[in-house]
Design a protein around this ligand. Structure first.
Ligand SMILES: Nc1ncnc2c1ncn2[C@@H]1O[C@H](COP(=O)(O)OP(=O)(O)OP(=O)(O)O)[C@@H](O)[C@H]1O
Ligand SMILES: [Mg+2]
Length: 499
């Protein structure tokens, strides 16, 4: 098979980290090639070196015989290499169509042809299986929809290599299905796809070959058909990982949080209870109102009706500050913009939600803060050269671990996790599950929003399914069943009033 893209001894170091060590790797024309590795293994660095988003220290990137190293992303894009990054690059104030055609507007008689761009955008999006309006401003879209627009941006161009950095992380099952179709279509056109994901199922569903990186170095490249999940995990992590979800050992206590008739434009009279020592799973499709419900409880959005009862008393929650004071924590889905301060250190980010606990008294106790941050870094395997490193310089998955760390330190009695393991590698997932279970066993009430069925079924003690902003059903542990959850979530089945 002919190779289209060859990497030769490409390398990149940052102070204290060899992000990518020199090795050779080639990609074949029309193959789907997975790139696997733990958080911080060097996957994103590798693709940023290919596109020119980051300058390599040394090496070569040969595209169809031509060394393209030294070009910036616009230069490599014009040569046919497109990338969808972990961090999106949409302009929030431009419309969907303006984003898709950014930098290469369609013109007619010297005028920008808005109609043509909108029609073309609508066509591409329809092809991708969505009906997102080309005129909607990017800021109004959900994370999942933003991802699809990113994809539209790439497939609307004539590309030879498409790199996708965790494309499915923000997508629901249905959207993942569309993505699979797009990948198949592009592959049939001879496009080479480099596919980064922490979900091994996708690697086996979609990819012809798989390359594993560890600590910036190449571990192996094999045909997907010749390997197994267990083998790949071993190569990534360098140890055996046993997949299991820790079961509750605690007795469930009193009701810590009750939501009564929560309403907003997207949520319609949602009610539920969570007990001490219980993990309540919130299931539903994107747009079902799970994140919106969480934000209402947390005071991040305005309630039109309903109340939040904490410890049996109606809590006056008008802002996140009120919620935190009432003992409620929310670990948001969109961690990049809501969860971390990218220009602050790991220590600062990890401890600042918990300052009152770590450093009692008015003066911050720097030693106690460092010790607490160090402990969490060890527990969650946060890969950072020092505790002073700015969070913005960590790999995507490690940034997410920092946000989790911050909340795990607090003494919140009610914790809401929105997609807690999105973008997190297999090894650290197990740690996060164990930590969540430990918190609940110590008496916290946990609400976990998750789109990953194994996680939802494995971690929850009870599952509440939302559909179109309403409670569609509730399943106790002995009723758990994937099919049932999906039917309720898609509105195919309705249960009577619950909660
Ligand atoms: N701008 C930067 N400054 C300093 N260090 C960096 C920078 N960018 C990346 N690194 C470091 O390089 C290493 C590789 O990071 P990279 O983002 O490539 O990991 P990754 O495999 O994509 O991980 P993830 O699965 O978490 O996305 C990490 O240790 C990271 O902290
Ligand atoms: Mg990455």
């Amino acid at each position: 098979m002919t190779s289209i893209l060859e990497l030769k001894q490409l390398s990149k170091s940052y102070p204290g980290v060899a992000a990518l060590k020199p090795f050779d790797l080639s990609f074949r024309k029309g193959e789907v090639h997975a790139l696997l590795g733990e958080n911080g293994a060097g996957k994103s660095t590798l693709i940023k070196l290919i596109t020119g988003a980051v300058r390599a220290d040394a090496g070569a990137v040969i595209l169809d015989g031509e060394d393209v190293l030294g070009h910036d992303p616009a230069g490599t894009l014009s040569r046919g290499i497109a990338a969808i990054y972990q961090e999106f690059s949409l302009f929030p104030d431009l419309t969907v169509a303006e984003n898709v055609f950014f930098g290469r507007q369609i013109t007619k008689g010297g005028m920008i042809d808005r109609r043509a761009m909108e029609e073309e955008t609508a066509r591409i999006l329809k092809d991708l299986g969505t009906d997102i309006s080309p005129r909607a401003p990017a800021r109004s879209l959900s994370v999942g929809h933003q991802q699809l627009v990113e994809l539209a941006k790439s497939v609307s161009r004539n590309i030879r290599v498409l790199i996708m950095d965790e494309p499915t992380a923000p997508l629901t099952n249905r959207e993942v299905g569309f993505l699979y179709k797009v990948v198949a279509k592009l592959k049939a056109r001879g496009v080479t796809i480099i596919y980064i994901s922490h979900r091994l199922k996708e690697v086996f569903d979609l990819c012809d070959r798989v390359t594993v990186l560890r600590d910036g170095d190449l571990v192996s490249t094999v045909d997907t058909a010749d390997t197994t999940e267990a083998e790949l995990v071993r190569q990534m992590v360098g140890r055996e990982v046993i997949h299991d979800h820790p079961v509750s050992t605690a007795q469930q206590g009193e009701v810590l949080l009750e939501a009564r008739g929560l309403s907003s434009p997207k949520v319609h009279g949602v009610s539920f209870k969570v007990r001490a020592g219980e993990i309540l799973g919130l299931a539903g499709l994107v747009g079902a109102g799970r994140t919106e419900t969480a934000r209402l409880v947390f005071g991040a959005d305005k309630r039109d009706a309903g109340e939040v009862i904490v410890d049996g008393k109606v809590a006056q929650i008008r802002s996140p500050r009120d919620a935190i004071a009432a003992g409620i924590g929310l670990i948001p889905e969109d961690r990049k913009s809501q969860g971390v301060l990218l220009n602050q250190s790991v220590t600062f980010n990890a401890v600042f939600a918990a300052l009152s606990r770590v450093s009692p008294g008015l003066l911050a106790d720097a030693r106690a803060e460092r010790a607490a941050a160090q402990k969490l870094c060890d527990q969650l395997r946060i890969k950072t050269p020092t505790l002073e490193q700015l969070v913005g310089r960590l790999s995507g998955g490690n940034q997410q671990k920092v946000v989790l760390a911050k909340w795990l330190l607090t003494e919140s009695r009610v914790l809401i996790f929105d997609e807690p393991t999105r973008g997190i590698d297999v090894g650290a997932k197990e740690e996060i599950y164990a930590l969540m279970r430990r918190l609940s066993d110590r008496g916290a009430a946990i609400i976990m929003i998750s789109s990953e069925m194994p996680e939802l079924l494995g971690m929850s003690d009870r599952i509440l399914v939302l559909a179109e902003g309403r409670v569609a059903g509730e399943l106790s542990k002995d009723e758990f069943d994937q099919e049932r959850v999906l039917r309720l979530a898609s509105g195919l089945e309705m249960m009577g009033e619950t909660a």
